[in-house]
Design a protein around this ligand. Structure first.
Ligand code: R5P
Length: 310
């Protein structure tokens, strides 16, 4: 078994390879002057099971192309099998036609990954679980919930807790965490009046006097979470803590979080945000590397991955 990394999150790949006590495959990914991506593998991988680690994070198109070309290079180098480990699966939010005459990027990206030659996909907190069905190869969708639950138990001492789903789409994920913590659930009725804009219509459940734990898969512009925190505080919540798997953090998101009513935002390192978070005071990053390393080990040894979440 060997591990190869793309350029999207080398820090995470290095942590994973260290945990698995293996060296990253020697490769070279660069760009030609016209911006085309070039991939070269500098060691023999014939007959090896290869795990390529690459998030489809910003710059999403470059990182996606790197992933596809790495898979292609591995296939042409006679790898025995190729697992695409995609900690952050970008393009997943366009998973259906919300208005007529639009594309479904999640399906197209799934087709591209399969067509390039991947035999299996490992990812974390897919935006919608049913995207697994867009693939005709096995997909292991891992969850950050156990990592968040451990952190909450250790760090938040207040016992009057409630888990809050920031929109209806996040209820299943939020319920999973609420069940682990043995606490109640509240749901925010969110509307999107325009792409990138969000509005809280209502909060279902009583949050008054409670410490709220908002859970989501993605924080992008930060609009959803900042508005949710405002609405909860307005309805009498004592504190708002936020746990989100993928810190997309585009535009002014970090500034918005800093100025918001959020006590603490906890994200994972599925996306490398080292530069963006240099001066942030209320954002903490938990590493997902142990979970991914363990999943890779189990896939390699043909043992159960789902047992990780029992
Ligand atoms: C939407 O369904 C997702 O789960 C997130 O809530 C959304 O992508 C967050 O976006 P933003 O931070 O831009 O509001």
């Amino acid at each position: 078994m060997k591990i190869l990394t793309g350029n999207s999150n080398k820090k995470l790949s290095e942590k994973i390879s260290k945990q698995l006590k293996t060296k990253l495959v020697n490769n070279n990914i660069k760009k030609f002057s016209d911006s085309e991506v070039y991939v070269e593998i500098n060691e023999n991988i014939r007959g090896n099971s290869i795990f390529i680690i690459q998030s489809i994070s910003s710059p999403a198109n470059d990182n996606l192309m790197e992933l596809l070309l790495c898979i292609d290079a591995l296939k042409r180098s006679s790898a025995k099998n190729i697992t695409a480990v995609i900690p952050y699966f970008g393009y997943a939010r366009q998973d259906r036609k919300v208005v007529p005459r639009t594309s479904i990027s999640a399906k197209l990206v799934s087709n591209l990954i399969t067509k390039a030659g991947a035999d299996r996909v490992v990812t974390v907190d897919l935006h919608a679980g049913q995207i697994q069905g867009f693939f005709d190869i096995p997909v292991d969708n891992l969850f950050a919930t156990p990592i968040f639950a451990r952190h909450i138990k250790k760090r938040i001492k207040n016992k009057n807790l409630i888990c809050v789903a920031p929109d209806v789409g996040g209820v299943e994920r939020t319920r999973a965490l609420a069940r682990k913590l043995d606490i109640g659930l509240s749901i925010i009725d969110k509307r999107r009046p325009a792409p990138g804009k969000s509005q809280v219509m209502n909060v279902v459940g009583n949050v008054s006097g409670k410490t709220c734990i908002i859970v989501d898969d993605i924080i992008d512009s930060g609009g959803t979470i900042v508005n949710a925190a405002d609405a909860l505080i307005k309805r009498g919540a004592k504190e708002v803590h936020v746990y989100i798997t993928h810190g997309v953090l585009s535009g002014e998101a970090v500034k918005k979080i800093k100025k918001s009513k959020i006590k603490k935002l906890v994200i994972t390192d599925t996306i490398n945000n080292s530069d963006k978070l240099k001066n942030s005071i209320n954002i903490e990053v938990l590493s997902i590397s142990n979970l991914l390393a363990e999943a890779i080990k189990r896939i390699s040894n043909s043992t159960s991955v789902s047992d990780l979440f029992k």
